[in-house]
Design a protein around this ligand. Sequence first.
Ligand code: G1P
Length: 297
Amino acid sequence: MTDPKKTITKAVIPAAGLGTRFLPATKATPKEMLPVVDRPAIQYVVEEAVKAGLNDVLMITGRNKRALEDHFDRVPTLEIQLAEQGKDSLLKTVLDSNDLGELHYVRQGDPKGLGHAVLRAKVHVGDEPFAVLLGDDLIDEKEDLLSEMVRVQQKTGGSVVALMEVPREQISAYGAAAIEQVEGEDFFKVSELVEKPSAEDAPSNYAVIGRYVLSPKVFEVLENTAPGRGNEIQLTDALQTLAADESEGVYGVVFKGRRFDTGDKLSYLKANVILASEREDLGANLLGWLKDFVKNK
Ligand code: G1P
């Protein structure tokens, strides 16, 4: 029998997208491998899952995504060379990127949408609640959003989405949620979810950001979810079904911390500048240069 409150140990990271917004950089390189400062974007996401105690990470990949598996694997010749040259801190960064949980990979095959990608995790996940992390969203390393969502899932037994207030004119880029206060709690009940509504039709300006902790019931629902927006099987539509199911329910944790979007060029560039400006080894030089650059532009 399903025990919705089983401990959560698994994270699923959909990474099969073609990354067309970054062509030609993504012709031969997965978009998840584009560096944010000096780590590929996907590494931040895997680190976030492991930090929240989700050690078993399943990536949903596709063609041309082999670099993802290589990145998280050992490179013995490089490790030996760095050790021999006494480059200890570089060696540590290489070893750290191999030592991130237990990674598994499955291919999506047909690109039929986010819901379809998540459904590919069914056999691996089985009958336990699990997290989904979307690679385009980076959450500030100082935040504990995922742990908080796990806590809410364990308390409610339902599914949990991360929400962020956005200006109404931006809501059409996201799933939007109507929410209701839960007496005495700091999370919300989600009464309605709509994938990428127009500003006029949106039930609110609470956007679903790319973190979910889901009941395994979602698999059965996804199997019966018809293609929606963009003719793709939408995770948001499956969550709407769960929200309407009294025995399941969807809850929202409103995130007020920093989220970096690496999904389009401008926000990707901003994420690089912000995160580099906070680095001990780069920040002061970068900011000094940037101020001069902007002044003389
Ligand atoms: C996906 C989801 C959307 C969500 C968004 C968060 O959309 O379908 O509901 O708000 O991620 O980043 P995508 O950005 O993949 O089009």
